[in-house]
Write a protein that binds this ligand. Sequence first.
Ligand SMILES: *Cc1c(COP(=O)(O)O)cnc(C)c1O
Length: 354
Amino acid sequence: MTAAMDISITRAERSKLQDLNLDDLPFGKYFTDHMLEADYENGEWKNAEIKPYQPLLLSPSLAALHYGQSIFEGIKAYKDRQGNAAIFRPYDNFKRFNISAERMQMPAVPEELFMDGMRQLVALDQNWIPTKDDFSLYIRPFMFSSDELIGVRPSDTYKFMIILSPSGPYYAAPMRIYVEEKYVRAAPGGVGYAKAAGNYGSAMYATAEAKKKGYDQVLWMDAHEHKYVQECGTMNVFFIIGNTAITPGLEQGTILGGVTRLSVITLLNEMGVKVEERDLGIDEILAAYQSGEHMEVFGTGTAATISPIKELGYKDISMKFDLDKWKIAPVIKKTITDIREGRAADTHGWMYKI
Ligand SMILES: *Cc1c(COP(=O)(O)O)cnc(C)c1O
């Protein structure tokens, strides 16, 4: 049952939009006029309000800063050609948010707060949705523990917030990826399937090391054998070998189940490409590469949608992929982008209208 939640709205006196060029935006740098904020206290969510975007006043003893009970989501809103705003599959993110919350011993956020709050906030700031190709309004819901107490235990109080960032494309160029055999992102029993803040902080060292070697990102491998592919940076990864698409399965809990991943699987199936969700070893990838099989390799995620991988560095071997010969990934990318930006019919009901 979902009762409507009262969300108070205080409007900004002046819009910052006039100071910004919506055709020239980096990713995640600018924020809209408003934000949503709500508090969890005494077992319930209260004080839900949409108000002018502003800094928070936090105690240095804030639990989240010390022990990392902090989770987030990433969602995008677009405008179609008629100027109607819509959000891509936000309900899937809502469900995943509460899966992350449970794993981090945090309270669930009710649907009426997450979904209605997001809808009202995006509606209020809809003039901020860029319309240029590959641009969008990035929606960042997050929650963190807010007890002012430095004892290691789950907090009694939490803050849930949503902020909005008009953004340009995330990764522009095809990527060179380093197959990571030393550092790991996630192990079975860990928090890999949760969008928990610490997963990203703990990945930065390995990424920086790969960058020193001239790569853009790492390909995370399994924690035990460093043999099986998991994710590419903060994206899910697909290998098309011949006419089969292979992506790691979610059963071990080491992979973040992406909404883009799910959408790409649907579109691949519709294109008649066989999809296998299973373990994929680096040996199998290397064998396919060396036998000259047709291969397309790409990452998927909300921020970048589909990011082509042009090179995989594994030990002293460099596997290079000829993007000009790709037939499947470009079609998938175009299809998903056309649906999001309103140029193709939304036959799957993925666009949530504002
Ligand atoms: C967010 C994320 C993804 C992609 O998920 P989407 O729902 O497609 O944005 C993949 N891997 C990791 C580690 C992520 O954090």
